[in-house]
Ligand binder design. Sequence first.
Ligand code: SOE
Length: 410
Amino acid sequence: MTPSPTEASERAAGPPPALGIGMVGYAFMGAAHSQGWRTAGHVFDLPLRPVLAAVCGRDETSVRAAAAKHGWAAAETDWRRLIARDDVQVVDICTPGDSHAEIAIAALEAGKHVLCEKPLANSVAEAEEMVRAAEAGRARGQLSMVGFNYRRVPAVSYARKLIEDGRIGTLRHVRVTYLQDWLADPLAPLTWRLKRERAGSGALGDLGAHIVDLAQFLTGEPLAGVSALAETFVRERPVLGGPSAGLTGAAGSAYGPVTVDDAAVFTGRLASGALATFEATRMASGRKNALTLEINGERGSLSFDLERLNELSFHDHAEPAASAGFRRILVTEPEHPYLEAWWPPGHGLGYEHTFVHQARDLVTAIATGTDPAPSFADGLQVQRVLAAVEESAAKNAVYTPVPPPSETPA
Ligand code: SOE
């Protein structure tokens, strides 16, 4: 049967050009990113086709198994070989924070685009180096992005639009918490996330980075200063692979020091003068992944809970008091961010879809030569807030200014 003009043009067009992805790291974030790269081209009409070219990890047996499980065509055990591959145009960094700067800078210098998991780095100094490398790469047409994936929950993106459209008016308060409980058990082992030299900080960098980024993304304003308290409640934990320690810490058990915070609570002032409160902890027993936010403005309020991520609550202060109240917006309409590509209204999305949206947005940015967000400079701004939080906490909550966003750091 003769194909229609449309079918003929589509066949003539063929699949979009390939965009080779190389990923370093294959644990939780590696699995989440792999799913995003695999799925994005099957849901969105992308101008480039992500190809899972190679995944890298130190242990050859494990990384080969990860490649087979997550759909990567090849496995590497040295990230330097991965970033040198001709079939890799994008390097996706899903490793602990102590390797972000080295890998990202080398990948940019090797001519690659870079996606780097959050937090961008383990220090402001490293983040500044990464911004300089990103600026230099940009001049060569290379793009870079940091993986604050919660911006890409449709309800969060839609909240940003409502705020930009003035629907809640002048901002007064931002209230963000990120509560988990996987460290509530004092016998939870001493993993890399509990060691400063690997993770940079504890709940602050792991969870606090997300809520600082969200506060700045949603309001469009940087934090100008913070007052903070932080605590390490469990100062020693069983060493992974050490002699098994019974509940009594029986003789012969090996314990090691926890060198990061278990929890950080802090207040902040945004550039406009609006006030903000933040809580980040991995000790809130019963809270599994409870990222909640509420933004109060002169004309109304918005609130969101990651554990109900298809919903956004909106209060319009202009409503007559008798009938006023927060109303639930089910963020599943085709008019909502990203939703036109998914299911009919009411068929919700999940955590994993934020990584599909992240892949879609980076591929689109690369194809159109536009700067993806959040940028490494956005990641540096978060790093500066985290450093001010740690400085304030060390001085028992003395108000500590945050340097304003600057151009490429000197
Ligand atoms: C911490 O447990 C963690 O895995 C974070 O590192 C991620 O960024 C967050 O999305 C889920 O929780």
